[in-house]
Design a protein around this ligand. Sequence first.
Ligand SMILES: [Zn+2]
Length: 501
Amino acid sequence: MLATALSASIVGVDGVPVRVEVDVAFGLPGLTIVGLAGSAVLEARERVRAALRNSGFEVPSRRITINLAPADLPKEGTGHDLAMAAGVLVASDQLDASRLARTALIGELALDGSLRPVPGVMALVSAAQAAGACDAIVPVENAAEGAVVQGIRVRGARALRQVTRHLAGLEQLIVEGTPRRDAEAPPDDAPDLASVVGHAVGRRTLEIAVAGRHNLAFTGPPGVGKTLLARSAAALLPLLDEREAAEVSRIHSVAGLSQPRASVSLRRPFRAPHHTISMQALVGGGPRIRPGEASLAHRGALFLDETLQFRADALDALRGPIDSGAVTIARVNGVLALPARFMLLAAFNPCPCGWFAVDGHECTCEDGMRRRYQARLSGPMRDRLDMIVFLAPISSFRRTGPPEDSSAVFARVVIAAERQAERQGSANADIPPGLLDDRTGFSAAVRAQLDTRARQLGLSMRRLHRAARVSRTIADLAGSTLVQAEHLDEALLHRPKEMRA
Ligand SMILES: [Zn+2]
């Protein structure tokens, strides 16, 4: 007899529905899985057999064939176990098929028949919903995460036996409630700007960068506060909208990151990988394609502390996502794009000793060494930064009152972000060059000024567009519909310049 159960698989960061077809026929006893199964799926054979036996079912001593369709889809992971086990039970008349039709079954089986959580449940349940399922049964640990998906009932189960009792109508698995939203609290590990003394320009440029999602680098001697300032961005980023939040949560779920409180957070991600990270971990990929830090920072910030210590190939690999908002990975059967639209925050010393061009200090580096160090921030990478700001040591503690705290800056950032969304439906950093005209507040006069300044300063087109976008954000923070000359001047002041090697 033939049985069909619905499951789902992850491709990149998306879920794809998978039909699990089970055929039990006369013939030499055995269990075969077909349909381009990865090694984990083949191991499922042993898990499914043991789980069935240890749950008190009979493993039919006939020829069992399991086909995972569509066949041309590479399937990875262990989430098909539950659907395979249920399919075997239906195909061998140990379970009634009626309830299987519109219920997706997702989860890994342990040998004793208990269910184990799997990564990417949000994407998997979404795929099941899109495929027409009304119900999804997932491991109980994943239930809250799955319940984020609208339009499908998600039920958590602990063991195969519980699932079969539910499918047979002997007990009801509880429908998980929609998780409550509690996203507004600032992230715990973000330093507050109230603890940053001085650095007026650093604070100002950080506010501009965060408000318009521009790429910003801080340079300066060790201990000057580059890291503290950059890290405080985590609490300054404007909130995500609902659609973006669902997208971000899905990516994090696929990466197997725990979902604290299982709610969809409206806070933008802030990722700060260590400089020893491999290229693959930074941009994603590998035999089993996993989102890298660039994708985990999607719609948020990617902070590279000690930027020039990162591997050159890793830094180079960021150029694609900075330009296109996605990481593209070539595969045997086509190209896969992982979303990776982040703002880049960089921080680095000006030279190996750290004191080059700092007033009152002497750089002890050899010229060649310093040049090689600075060359690590290659031209193309420097070209993709919007602002580079030198943070000088604070010489005096001349205070004009306590520093402003993060909540005050956040409030201004939120207003500026709303202006951008209303005007062009995207952050200023993402305005296409063709839209930098009257529609985004660039009058003919200001455009002429922009051209003149670009000629005087010898700016490339790319650099010119970046400066224009930054000036748009400065105008938004000032509450100005039109971009003015003063906004342009401030943006150009912080443009990346060649370092004085
Ligand atoms: Zn030095």
